[in-house]
Design a protein around this ligand. Structure first.
Ligand code: TF8
Length: 337
């Protein structure tokens, strides 16, 4: 083979290899991104992290690799947040509720009955108020990219069906590590116990706690139906997830690399919300089929619960600041129109 032909073949091979990759001529270096999350791989959270990983690899021509690490193998939400701040881990997704200890404004999303439906949540979270709260993370060493749906939360327990407020009396109920959740459920009469999610299944199994509250998707993907008999449809709060990046690490990335992550995050958000909603629509049926006994609250009892929970609003407003509280109420009202 002539020297010319050999060079030509080599050049064609390189071109064929490089062409499909968008990273060509972009400022992108090989990067390893450890992306931690708390739920199982087979969950709405796990599926969306997987999609994010694929999008990042595609858009970076395979240079940026996402190692998805689920089931809290890198630690609870709170532990991972600290790893991000310190720069020992690059990315995670977790509940905004577990971030309140770092950024107090995040407590706005814990307001009971803030949103009536997912559309309102999307509008407010993706709008200026959601962005403002997300940007607050930066001064604490975290960069927020997008909100994902965790979903409307519902109550499960292993003691008795909860048909009225008084049925909660004395029930040992796991809540997220956050004062709003703690106070909300104390107000309702439960014996609220804060625990990281990663310890929840075992705590239910060993009866350290009697109950917990989470969206249908999580009750299903974390197999809580194996250790919980009663499910009460309360929809008491819409609590989001948020995808965050270590600011220490983020600041060292090129603009192109940051764009790859930001774009993939938006794609993952749209996928995740669709996937979560599709799953939630059939999850209640699945949980019944698994043997859970499901009840709804009568309108009168739902109102009593709503009124009781209203008592925590003043303290949320005081904690997040009156200005943010008012802006949020106005944004929800606008979304409702
Ligand atoms: C909870 C949350 C969990 C999240 C998750 C581990 O109950 O709803 O879904 O924290 O990221 O803790």
């Amino acid at each position: 083979m002539s020297m010319f032909r050999r060079t030509l073949i080599a050049a064609t091979a390189v071109a064929a290899f490089a062409a499909p990759f968008a990273s060509f001529a972009q400022d992108i270096k090989p990067r390893l991104i450890r992306f931690g999350y708390g739920l199982n791989e087979d969950s709405n959270q796990g599926r969306a992290v997987k999609l994010f990983a694929q999008e990042v690899e595609k858009a970076s021509g395979g240079k940026m690799k996402v190692r998805a690490i689920g089931a809290a193998a890198l630690g609870s939400d709170v532990q991972m947040q600290q790893a991000l701040i310190g720069g020992a881990q690059e990315m995670m997704v977790g509940s905004t509720a577990t971030l309140v200890g770092i950024t107090k404004e995040m407590a706005i999303w814990d307001t009971p009955f803030l949103f009536n439906n997912a559309k309102e949540a999307d509008t407010v979270l993706d709008g200026p108020v959601g962005q403002k709260v997300m940007d607050k993370l930066q001064e604490k060493g975290l960069v927020g990219l997008v909100y994902w749906e965790n979903g409307f939360r519902n109550l499960t327990n292993n003691k008795q069906p909860v048909a009225k407020l008084e049925d909660l009396n004395g029930i040992k109920l796991r809540v997220m590590q956050n004062d709003v959740f703690l106070n909300s459920f104390k107000t309702l009469g439960a014996n609220a116990i804060p625990l990281p999610f990663s310890e929840l299944f075992t705590a239910l199994e060993t009866k350290t706690v009697d109950g917990q509250e989470n969206p249908y998707n999580t009750i299903l993907s974390s197999k809580f139906y194996e250790v919980q008999k009663y499910l009460t449809v309360t929809n008491h709060v819409y609590s989001p997830w948020i995808v965050t990046v270590s600011k220490k690490w983020w600041d060292g990335l090129s603009k192109d690399e940051q764009k790859v992550l930001a774009d993939a995050a938006k794609k993952s958000r749209d996928f995740e919300r669709q996937d979560t909603r599709a799953e939630a629509a059939k999850a209640l049926g699945d949980l019944k089929a698994k043997g859970m006994q499901v009840n709804e609250l009568s309108p009168a009892e739902a109102n009593r619960m709503r009124e009781k929970l209203g008592a925590v609003n003043a303290s949320i407003a005081a904690n997040v600041g009156e200005a943010l509280w008012k802006d949020t109420q106005a944004a929800v009202a606008a979304a409702r129109k």
